[in-house]
Design a protein around this ligand. Structure first.
Ligand code: ZN
Length: 490
């Protein structure tokens, strides 16, 4: 048994560390480390596992017993326990203490809620909690000698002279209500309603993380001073009040601020990273709410940004990006760079403007390339149909052979509709005679010499004005040369 002189009583809502500091102060120890050392905790340099004491992971019961102090457990313990690894936020407990000097004056002890990161302000006195000395700028410590004083200062800690921002108080009230189970959901953003403490805090931290990431920073609330943290939470709070439009705005800002200098690769990485996290954490209802808005945004504004297989299966190592550069798009299409902007003018490709430059969606470009590849160029059509360029051009101009693309200001080349041309050849074949050719039948060349243009010829074949035979060439099944022995019916 270790002797101490004073044994203060603990309060039910008192922070366990506050209690230890009070007992330490009461018995003239330099700080809690010395008190616990006296109780038998043999830690180097009289340190103590402060964070684990707060979280409840370190059981101080034997040391309280050794000092003949009443049992007092950390109230943060059950909260800490309710947070799951991976799917919830890892940030819950403060690294440095923060206090409300007014409450401390009235109560004589520190409330355990002040040990939670999102507790920014005193809900009763409506002032920000104090964690930094206004005169020296140093942080309040757990190893302080006096509960109500910064080390090295004689005066008690004074409350902040300015009132906390309404949202800081509102957030603190909200966190308070989540802990106590008394819901005050009237004023809180709709997206937070009905969430548990861990779900709400995960949602808040998720947004904070991605807001700061946008500015090139990272969200490390544990190291932040309460006022700075308050600013972060304030930004999140406004975002949640404008939900989900504000979230869409946040997502679209990533377009100008990709994750790396790799341009569009960095943008894809951003979205993949977001998706990855949302996907992993979707068992957390707070995170699931973000995910559903994320999915909606991607579906509406960036349908190509995530490859379809990514929606159901996650592959981090994939290099196959869906947003591709102009150069890549031109390579897939086998065309010049200048051609791309013309395809855009024709609404055949939708550009994705990223960092002021047009980019393209791989699936769309590939689909267009497939259309072009499965149809004919002028030369291919001449070869297959065994027509001169001049005759083919006449048929195209007359609309008898259908074109997918005609040369104009926006196009240099013809793209000839192969499927519909084959239908035409089939139709002509079906209309050919089944019997032996009559006497007086002439060749196609002869008809041309008689004044039949190729256009008049094909129209005549279609209308029945011309009767003809068909000798299919298996090497060239589309050839016009299969049509022979013409005779006019006029
Ligand atoms: Zn207070």
């Amino acid at each position: 048994m270790k002797r101490i002189l004073g044994r203060a009583a603990a309060h039910s809502d008192e922070c366990l560390l506050s209690y230890l500091i009070r007992v330490s102060e009461q018995n003239g120890f330099k700080h809690v480390g010395h008190l616990l050392h006296h109780a038998g905790l043999n830690w180097k340099n009289n340190r103590a596992p402060v964070h684990q004491i707060l979280s409840g992971e370190f059981d101080v019961t034997p040391f309280l017993r050794a000092l003949e102090l009443p049992e007092h457990r950390s109230k943060i313990f059950p909260l800490h326990q309710s947070f799951l690894r991976i799917i919830d936020t890892p940030y819950l407990i403060v690294k440095f203490p923060k206090i409300c000097p007014d409450c401390l004056d009235e109560l004589g002890y520190c409330k355990y809620e002040w040990g939670l990161l999102p507790m920014l302000a005193c809900t009763k006195h409506r002032r920000m909690l104090i964690d930094v000395s206004p005169s020296t700028g140093s942080r309040l410590g757990w190893y302080r000698q006096h509960l109500k004083r910064f080390d090295g200062e004689h005066a008690c800690i004074k409350p902040s002279t300015i009132l906390a921002r309404p949202n800081a108080v509102l957030q603190s009230q909200y966190i308070d209500s989540l802990i106590s189970g008394q819901r005050v959901e009237r004023e809180i953003p709709a997206v937070l309603q009905g969430l548990s403490f861990r779900e709400a805090l995960s949602l808040i931290h998720f947004i904070a993380h991605y807001q700061l990431r946008l500015q090139g920073g990272s969200f490390n609330p544990v190291a932040m001073q309460n006022n700075d943290l308050g600013q972060c939470y304030q930004n999140v709070w406004s975002e949640l009040q404008g939900w989900p439009d504000s979230f869409y705005a946040l997502l679209s800002q990533y377009i100008d601020k990709p994750m790396s200098n790799r341009g569009v690769g960095g943008l894809n990485k951003h979205y993949r990273d977001l998706y990855e996290r949302l996907y992993r954490q979707q068992e957390n209802i707070g995170i699931a709410r973000i995910k559903s808005e994320f999915d909606r945004y991607i579906e509406t504004y960036w349908p190509g940004v995530l490859e379809p297989e990514r929606i159901t299966r996650i592959q981090l190592s994939t290099t196959n990006r869906n947003i591709i550069s102009k150069k890549d798009a031109a390579r897939i299409l086998g065309s010049r760079l200048g051609r791309l902007s013309k395809l855009v003018q024709q609404n055949r490709l939708a550009p994705v403007v990223f960092k002021g430059k047009a980019h393209y969606l791989r699936d769309q470009v590939e689909a267009l390339a497939t259309v072009i590849a499965s149809n004919w160029t002028m030369a291919e059509a001449c070869g297959a149909l065994q027509l001169t360029r001049y005759k083919l051009k006449q048929l195209l101009d007359a609309g008898i052979i259908p074109a997918i693309q005609k040369p104009d200001i926006l196009n240099r080349d013809w793209v000839i509709d192969r499927t519909r041309t084959l239908v035409l050849i089939d139709e002509l074949r079906r209309k050919s005679r089944n019997s032996a050719p009559p006497s007086g039948a002439v060749s196609m060349a002869r008809l041309h010499r008689q004044g039949y243009s190729i256009v008049r010829l094909v129209l005549g074949m279609q209308s029945g004005e011309l009767e003809y035979g068909c000798v299919v060439n298996t090497e060239k099944p589309e050839s016009f040369r299969q049509f022979v022995c013409f005779k006019t019916n006029m």
